[in-house]
Design a protein. Structure first.
Length: 267
């Protein structure tokens, strides 16, 4: 079957100075990239929700005026980007995955891994940025409804699992992630959300040792700090929130940096 070429105006550009076989491959990929770009925009613009599916290949062939090979190549582009998963069989289709901070963390982590960035560097970024998010939480006019109840819920869960080291660490991480998620600044949520995810992945290296060495009194102190942060955020005291968050995060990082500060960040 001869591959059709379409996309209406602005279709594939002509290809010169290449052998016929190579030129044909380039034309196919150029059209496939254009189809992928159209579908990518639909996903990122929210036209197709997370967990939804792209139209069937036959429908896309008709819409864009291209052949099945081009549609499949476009799907491979999107699949490589993590935006879809192609399922085979009768119940198959291209399932959409809207990008999340964890996805950004993976790419972010690979860049840091390749550059051999030490853990201390990642920890330093967290010490500088998370207190800003905490202060932003305190400066929100709607903090009484959009921030405080969510932090209080996590704080209550932490208190419930005070004697369960693994569960306490998970809820502790959830509290810090909530400070970022509720700060009200989308750019900080995305950027620092990726840093938080990456830091959590590094924690797995020392978590068991930390649990063995961390006394209940240390967990109680962490819980008290969180309670003070919630009270300060509720009062709208962004200056004191920043100061306490800075001290609290530096203290929380003391154990891992004592033994792992020079260890490279890894994905």
């Amino acid at each position: 079957m001869t591959e059709r070429r379409g996309l209406g105006a602005g279709g594939a550009a002509s290809v010169r100075a290449l052998p016929p076989g190579d030129a044909e491959a380039v034309r196919h990929h150029s059209i496939a990239d254009a189809v992928a770009a159209r579908l990518r925009a639909r996903i990122l613009d929210g036209a197709i929700p997370d967990g939804g599916t792209l139209p069937k290949q036959d429908d896309l062939m008709a819409e864009f005026g291209v052949g099945r090979t081009t549609v499949r190549q476009a799907f491979r582009v999107l699949e490589t980007e993590g935006l879809i998963t192609v399922r085979r069989g009768n119940a198959g289709g291209a399932v959409v995955h809207v990008p999340q901070p964890a996805d950004a963390a993976h790419m972010f982590g690979m860049v840091m891994h390749a550059r051999h960035v030490p853990l201390e560097d990642l920890a330093g970024a967290l010490r500088q940025l998370e207190p800003v998010c905490a202060a932003l939480c305190a400066s929100r006019a709607d903090r009484a409804t959009a921030v405080v109840p969510h932090l209080e819920a996590v704080h209550a869960r932490m208190a419930d699992v005070l004697d369960d080291g693994d569960a306490f660490l998970r809820e502790n991480r959830a509290f810090h992630e909530a400070l970022v998620e509720r700060c009200g600044n989308a750019t900080m949520q995305i950027l620092l959300g990726a840093v938080e995810v990456l830091w959590a992945r590094q924690e797995q290296v020392w978590a068991d040792a930390a649990l063995a060495d961390t006394a209940r009194a240390v967990r109680e102190a962490s819980l008290r700090d969180h309670g003070k942060l919630i009270a300060l955020i509720a009062a709208g005291d962004d200056t004191e929130v920043y100061r306490l968050a800075s001290r609290h995060i530096a203290g929380a990082q003391e154990y891992p940096l004592r033994a792992h500060s020079a260890r490279p960040v890894k994905v």
